[in-house]
Design a protein around this ligand. Structure first.
Ligand code: SAH
Length: 366
């Protein structure tokens, strides 16, 4: 089979798969589906609201939908729902970590953080990850698969249902690389911010990337009002390559150019994430270099004392080193926050709860 044929088969397959996943359809697409079924198009809006506003997980609960239509939908479409396998709540700050099971049995993690200004949910974008960052637990077993838009949405919806509390912010900062699952990410944002659904403001959505430069350009061209967070972690190419394999593909120069482009296209300030690892990237010279690298951008730096994972021997920076690093950046006029550690007592770092659960399940302890 030649390349063109392979592509068209793949496309056909994707379209067919997507049509079956009703919770990943936009309202416009749902209208088309209803019309194709010979139904009135207002049914689409009713169903959309049941799924994305009232957050039901069963066609049977859609009380203004005729039983006949509900039955036809049941036959034709998957209605994605997640099973909560485990939930841990931090005794320190009320942070909740959820372990969800996907319809195919894969496991993912999501986190609810409760701040004064509102609730924030951190979601996963893939099962596992193929980016290979050295300090991150999510990537240790590689990528299993991409998440569907409905599976990304359901993490937020499940948490709203479970707590009965409003969610005002969503960060795509859990397991996975969102720009490696780009089409689903865009669709997820469209549905999450839709006025007929939860209607979360684009400005309250943050997408975090290790820096896939060409996709950053494509995202900039979408001109969304979301915040783009870049996992930087080092201020020289040589150091960054030791921590993040993606740095072998794109240089810091290219990455910073892409950040500038994102700002030009969207007017949105860039956030840089910098995980501080003792004696690896936390010296005064590192801070100096970082300031020189990003000092002229309209940006904000989030310092994260690295959360040590069992499989690697990276050590968290000392408190005084974090403080000195922060002061150095501030002295150069850079806006800095040190991320408050949330849920330290509940396997806070990306991918840790899932790994712990999976290894205890293998030993028959779950
Ligand atoms: N793939 C995306 C989003 C997932 S990771 C990205 O790279 O941005 C979310 C953030 O947590 C990233 O900045 C990542 O580098 C950081 N991170 C992952 N594991 C960590 C750990 N053990 N300690 C501190 N930060 C970590």
């Amino acid at each position: 089979m030649n390349a063109v044929e392979t592509n068209s088969v793949k496309e056909e397959y994707t379209v067919r798969e997507r049509a079956k996943d009703i919770k990943s359809l936009t309202l416009g697409e749902l209208k088309e589906e209803m019309e194709a079924l010979g139904e009135k198009s207002f049914r689409a809006k009713q169903m959309y609201e049941w799924m994305h506003k009232k957050l039901v997980t069963d066609y049977g609960c859609m009380t203004n939908i005729p039983a006949l239509l509900a039955g036809r939908c049941e036959e034709r479409y998957d209605l994605t729902a997640l099973k909560t396998v485990r939930m841990q709540e931090s005794a320190i700050d009320g942070t909740r970590k959820y372990l969800f099971e996907l319809p195919d049995g894969n496991l993912i993690e999501s986190v609810l953080m409760r701040y004064h200004h509102g609730n924030c949910v951190c979601i996963s974008s893939q099962v596992g990850c193929r980016m290979g960052c050295r300090f991150c637990a999510s990537t240790l077993d590689g990528l299993e698969r991409d998440l569907l838009p409905s599976e990304m949405l359901e993490q937020v919806y499940s948490i709203v249902r479970d707590t009965g509390e409003r969610v005002s912010n969503v960060v795509v900062m859990g397991s996975g690389e969102p720009l490696d699952n780009y089409d689903s990410l865009l669709r997820f944002i469209e549905l999450l911010t839709d006025e007929n659904g939860l209607h979360i403001s684009q400005r309250n959505v943050t997408v975090s990337t290790c820096g896939i430069v060409p996709v950053m350009h494509a995202l900039a061209d979408e001109k969304l009002q979301i915040t783009l967070a870049i996992s930087l972690h080092a201020a020289t190419d040589e150091k960054r390559r030791r921590l993040m394999p993606i740095a072998n593909r794109y240089s810091l120069d290219e990455l910073i150019q892409a950040c500038k482009y994102y700002f030009e296209q969207t007017g949105r300030r860039i956030t840089f994430e910098y995980s501080l690892v003792k004696e690896i990237n936390d010296t005064e010279e590192d801070a100096q270099r970082l300031a020189a690298l990003i000092g002229r951008l309209n940006c904000h730096v989030n310092l994260i004392p690295v959360n040590p994972i069992r499989e690697r021997d990276y050590v968290q920076s000392e408190k005084y080193a974090v403080e000195a690093f922060k002061n150095k950046l501030e002295s150069k006029g850079i806006n800095v926050t040190v991320r408050r550690e949330m849920g330290r007592d509940i396997d806070g770092a990306c991918g840790q709860l899932r790994r712990r659960y999976m290894s205890s399940a293998e030993r028959g302890l779950s």
